[in-house]
Design a protein around this ligand. Structure first.
Ligand code: HAS
Length: 555
């Protein structure tokens, strides 16, 4: 039975001013979902070979809109909105200074996003979301991206400021788990985004402005992937925050172990950065030893996900058994399958089993030769980021938005949210499944429709490309459904109080060792690993560089 204290705890309300800041981020995220999703639909239609884009719009232009808006903007803004609310909910209302930093960060990111988006729409920056040199975009595109990164540092400083304040006020005590997780994610983000900042500011901006004629392509890609792989964990960790902290409360259970959750986050901080070479396994100019080392570290970063899977199963089983579930799997039936706050993220968890297995295939050096640059990789990240992460974000939005707007998720909306998740699952299974299959047959990624001069092999891909368009269309219906629910939660749902669920740690869990919060130790190991994995190869990439490349605009 819930005690009065617990019930009061349930309805700790995020301060209205913090709610406004969080909501501003979330609104931008859902606008990005609409526009980026539309671009995704167009792409799958074009690639089926049955549809041509009107008014001279280019395939790569649309692909850039899709990748930038969904991969970079939707994720970053939703994460920041969620994290601001999470810190305010668990460590207390932000001070005026911390909130001001949040707003300055928000506007800096939004000005940057708008500048970059205008350049893409003008067809001046069809360089895809990885903006690989020697493809050269307009300098304003790169400045826009730099502003997004700088804005995220400013906004992040506000969240970290709250954590520091909490630690000072509560010496010797472990910080609230959710705030701690936010800070680990930000620490990882700041350390990794330094790489892309160096690439953009010192290589791409001077080169696109014509101040230098050429660019060191391998160095730029290495700096990008130093950032690019932790970027995917920057997307994943907020989903893990929901799984570790929110879901146990939603199912009426407890967090299995606070220490295990903190340890898994710290392992992400250590191992998610020195692994970028697993995106560059086919590239010349990096010696096999360093690729091998980073593959080993990549397999280390799988461990915290396995810890997470273990912890989730434990929370589910303990709760299911407490409710009377018997036998090996009887407890499964006891879980709240009709509650969208649980079911929608749960589908995300299930999708991560094949998604994660695909990642391990990608990371295995020899198998990477088969799938690299094929549409298998696109299939992989539609399972991981576009299903696991995004469905968890949708599931979180169904309590977070009404909590912040002072409304409630009605029964009808809860049912629609479940239908939405099923639509998403069907669409994604068809689209991502086809991508995985034809990827194995050799179909390339990042490419417009082509018959490759009437090649028989390319012809055999077409039925799967049509299936991708069918899946993409179903997914777009899923986007319309989620936007309908979100609009309802912002403007039309009945007024009321909605809980921001924060789980309590099981009484059987061990006490959390303070060493897990000793930043000196963890940051030192993190930096040592980065220096070990990157120093020599980067020196070699600069020292042995071939002549640099001029810029190309191939669209
Ligand atoms: Fe990846 C490429 C390796 C995870 C995203 N990845 C990409 C790209 C993206 C991406 C966007 O090594 C393309 C980049 C580009 O544009 O070029 N990836 C991995 C590995 C993991 C991994 C080893 N990736 C992710 C996540 C992403 C993501 C997470 C986004 C959020 N990936 C690669 C590699 C490439 C790559 C290579 C480059 C390929 C190339 O050649 O270009 C691991 O982190 C995966 C570990 C995960 C697990 C799963 C644990 C399962 C859990 C769920 C438990 C379920 C429960 C429910 C409790 C081992 C935690 C149970 C219920 C039941 C009913 C059973």
């Amino acid at each position: 039975m819930t005690t009065i204290k617990e019930r009061a705890q349930d309805f700790v309300q995020v301060d209205k001013r913090d709610a406004k800041l969080a909501l501003a981020h979330i609104y931008v995220a859902f606008i990005a979902l609409l526009l980026g999703g539309l671009a995704g639909l167009l792409q799958t239609l074009v690639r089926s070979g049955q549809f041509t884009l009107p008014w001279g719009i280019g395939y790569y232009q649309v692909l850039t809109v899709h990748g930038v808006l969904l991969g970079l903007i939707l994720t970053t803004y939703f994460i920041f909105g969620f994290q601001i609310a999470a810190v305010s909910r668990t460590s207390g209302t932000l001070t005026n200074k911390q909130r001001t930093l949040g707003w300055i960060g928000f506007w800096t990111m939004t000005i940057g996003t708008t500048a970059a988006a205008i350049m893409v729409l003008l067809n001046e920056a069809s360089v895809l979301y990885t903006f690989y040199a020697p493809l050269q975009a307009h300098w304003i595109f790169y400045v826009g991206l730099a502003l997004v990164v700088v804005g995220s540092w400013i906004g992040g400083a506000g969240q970290i400021g709250k954590y520091i304040e909490w630690r000072k006020a509560n010496p010797g005590q472990p910080s609230p788990l959710l705030t701690f997780m936010v800070v680990v994610n930000l620490a990882m983000w700041i350390v990794c985004s330094l790489g892309v900042a160096v690439e953009v500011v010192f290589q791409l901006i001077p080169w696109s402005l014509g101040w230098v004629d050429t660019v060191n392509v391998l160095l730029s890609r290495t700096l990008f992937w130093y950032f690019g792989h932790p970027l995917v964990y920057f997307w994943l960790l907020p989903a893990y925050m929901v799984w570790y902290v929110v879901i146990p409360k939603v199912i009426g259970g407890k967090i299995f172990s606070d220490s295990l959750a903190r340890l898994s986050f710290m392992l992400f901080l250590l191992f998610s950065i020195p692994v970028g070479f697993h995106h560059q396994l086919t590239e010349p100019g990096i010696s096999s030893f360093w690729k091998f080392l980073q593959v080993v570290l990549t397999l280390m970063v799988v461990i915290p996900s396995l810890l997470t899977a273990f912890s989730l199963f434990a929370s589910f089983e303990i709760r299911g058994r407490a409710l009377g579930g018997k036998g090996l799997f009887g407890w499964v039936k006891q879980l709240p399958w009709k509650d969208a706050r649980f079911l929608v993220p749960f589908i995300g968890m299930v999708a991560f089993i094949p998604g994660g297995a695909g990642g391990i295939i990608n990371a295995s050096h020899q198998m990477n030769q088969l799938i690299h640059n094929t549409i298998w990789v696109t299939g992989h990240f539609h399972l991981t980021v576009a299903t696991t992460v995004v469905l968890t974000f949708f599931g979180a939005a169904y309590w977070l938005i009404p909590h912040l707007t002072g409304r409630v998720l009605t029964k009808q909306m809860n049912r629609l949210a479940i239908i939405q998740a099923i639509v998403w699952t069907v669409g994604m299974a068809i689209m991502s499944g086809s991508m995985h299959i034809i990827g194995l047959f050799g179909a390339p990624r990042r490419s417009d429709f082509s018959t490759y001069g009437g090649s028989e092999q390319a012809a055999s891909w077409i039925p799967y490309q049509i299936a991708q368009a069918v899946g993409g269309t179903i997914l777009f219906i899923g986007i319309i459904l989620v936007l309908y629910i979100v609009a309802n939660l912002i403007w039309f749902a009945p007024k009321g109080q909605t809980e921001f669920p924060v789980g309590e740690v099981s009484e059987n869990a061990e006490k959390t060792p303070m060493a897990l919060e000793n930043w000196k130790i963890w940051l030192t190991i993190c930096i040592a690993l980065i220096l070990f994995a990157y120093s020599v190869p980067v020196i070699e990439i600069i020292r042995d560089a071939p002549p640099g490349s001029k810029g190309y605009k191939l669209w």
